[in-house]
Design a protein around this ligand. Sequence first.
Ligand code: NAP
Length: 240
Amino acid sequence: MKRTAIITGASRGIGRAVAINLANKGFSLVLVYNRSYDKIKELEQELNGKCDFISVCADVSKPSDVQKVFNLAKEKFGFVDTLINNAGISHIGFFDTETQETYDKIMDTNFRSVFTACLLASKDMIANKFGRIVNVSSVWGQKGASMEVLYSASKHAVVGLTRSLNAELAPSGILVNAVCPGVIDTDMNRHFSAEDKRLIEEDIPLGRFGKAEEVASVISMLTEENLYIGGEDISITAGY
Ligand code: NAP
């Protein structure tokens, strides 16, 4: 069976690593990016000749943009059997300084996007009795973090949706899982000073940040046809 995956946040970091991993496995890809036009062009160059793909510019916090992604995916490939909800933004701040605007931004980008894409993907997947959905949550979506209350709440919501949706969709052959990375070496963590980084690494038993490729290999495993894992939130933290 020819597989087709939508990957949100494919332009950089973890999403980019997932795109390369799935391309090597022969997937056709729908690469969703938002602001990083140059980065998606670089990725396109890397994937040229390796797999079929289209790139779609979309702000996944907007349901109409997510609908556009699915329309273009179906037009090009006919059917999407794999959905990787990876796009997300971090946010650090004292809780008593948060605003309704920040709430909307974080929840719409990190959670509404996942809800909308799952909704659009599920209809065809149910009809075809097969699907794989992987939602990228966070270790803070399992444990919660000071000064990251909204981010943590949005990522807990992703885990809650994952568990419940798997219970509903697994009877139709659709497995839904979440991954919960710890601290991964991507642009999201470039703001750390060398000293901050050293202190965090002291708390990671393996002694270093994770690599995007290491998260991608777990996500890739969760897309396999031979899979007996569903409704899980899998930590990728090396024990952090
Ligand atoms: P990153 O390097 O900052 O990349 C973020 C990606 O999300 C980019 O491709 C960006 O696209 C996309 N994105 C952001 N807002 C978007 C929007 N409104 N619409 C469409 N795309 C949007 O981050 P990363 O570390 O790879 O993070 C990927 C996922 O892993 C996120 O959900 C993050 O919360 C989660 N995570 C990361 C870590 C970590 O330590 N890095 C830990 C736990 C969980 P453009 O650049 O094209 O705008």
